[in-house]
Unconditional design. Structure first.
Length: 318
């Protein structure tokens, strides 16, 4: 990953600077899957990249019949994985919209995940896709020792993912989301799980950001001094430790980890550490994500406000 210059506008596309992925997205929108297959085949030994590319491509393909045609014409492991990814997205959207087809779509998604897992038993991605649906039924396996709130959840499924890839980024984020209040959890449980998981991870891991994710998720603007929480010593020290230990490691990623960088930049700005936040924004280049900014208002406005606080240019500035 090499930082690119900000040239006066934000780039919101989730492919960011993964040029292969950005190009393949165009192909998928046009109804072609050949290059999508190649882009995923080269990630078979890179689970982080495989998760990223398959998730972005699924968002492009979910409203079409592309993956069904692909699976019928060339039933490769990549076709099975994409069917799982797309089927899960459809099931979640239907459930969130209270669509009458939600249960049927969920059964299809579970079948698709099982088929993808059977095609590549060493790949955690199909299991992570299945984990995304765990919030629909509030799986209640007992928590391991070490958590103050001992919240039940899909611990067995998560444990299997860890057996395949102990530091799988998306798997950890999917699991944490099961404890968010909007999915039936609680603020204390989410903080507890985030702290437990982040403390297990190496100091230079992106998983150290999980407490910052839980903090944004718990943000309530109606609470007194809600915007000052990030200034508290525990949160300021958390953000600074991530800045010191993870940010240098992020330079070696194959694509810019925009979402993680955004959470770190946001936390540093809120903690009034603009000098460090400036370096994080520089690492992001022109790329932008809607979270965490959208939790506080219009994402473009919130991002520009944060950049201005750091003395950085924003779109439309003279």
């Amino acid at each position: 990953m090499a930082a690119e210059l900000f040239e006066g506008h934000y780039v919101w596309h989730p492919a960011a600077d993964d040029r292969v992925l950005a190009s393949v997205c165009v192909d998928v929108r046009a109804g072609r899957y050949r290059y999508a297959c190649e882009a995923l085949e080269e990630t078979r030994s890179d689970f982080a990249l495989r998760a990223h590319r398959s998730l972005v491509l699924a968002s492009e393909a979910a409203g079409t019949d592309l993956v069904e045609r692909w699976l019928d014409e060339e039933p490769t492991p990549e076709a099975a994985l994409m069917w799982a990814r797309v089927a899960v997205q459809r099931a979640l959207r239907a459930a969130d919209a209270r669509d009458g087809r939600a249960e049927a779509l969920e059964r299809i998604a579970l079948t698709a995940c099982d088929r993808a897992a059977a095609a590549t038993p060493e790949d955690p991605t199909p299991w992570v896709a299945k984990l995304a649906m765990a919030r629909l039924h509030r799986l209640r396996d007992p928590a391991p020792q070490g958590l103050l709130t001992a919240p039940p959840g899909p611990w067995r499924l998560f444990s299997h993912i860890l057996s395949l890839d102990p530091w799988h980024r998306e798997g950890h984020h999917r699991f944490l989301s099961c404890f968010f209040t909007r999915y039936g959890g609680s603020v204390n449980a989410a903080w507890d799980v985030a702290a437990f998981l982040s403390q297990r991870a190496p100091a230079d891991s992106a998983l150290r950001l999980l407490p910052l994710v839980a903090l944004v998720e718990s943000y309530n603007p109606t609470q007194l001094l809600a915007d000052r929480v990030w200034e508290q010593p525990q949160w300021r020290s958390t953000a600074l430790a991530i800045y010191q230990n993870w940010l240098p490691a992020a330079a070696g990623y194959r694509f810019t980890p925009v979402l993680d960088l955004a959470y770190l930049a946001h936390a540093l700005v809120m903690a009034e550490r603009e000098f460090e936040a400036r370096a994080v924004f520089t690492a992001m280049g022109p790329y932008a994500s809607r979270m965490p900014w959208s939790a506080f208002g219009d994402p473009a406005e919130q991002l520009s406000r944060a950049r201005r606080a750091c003395g950085l240019p924003v779109p439309g500035a003279a």
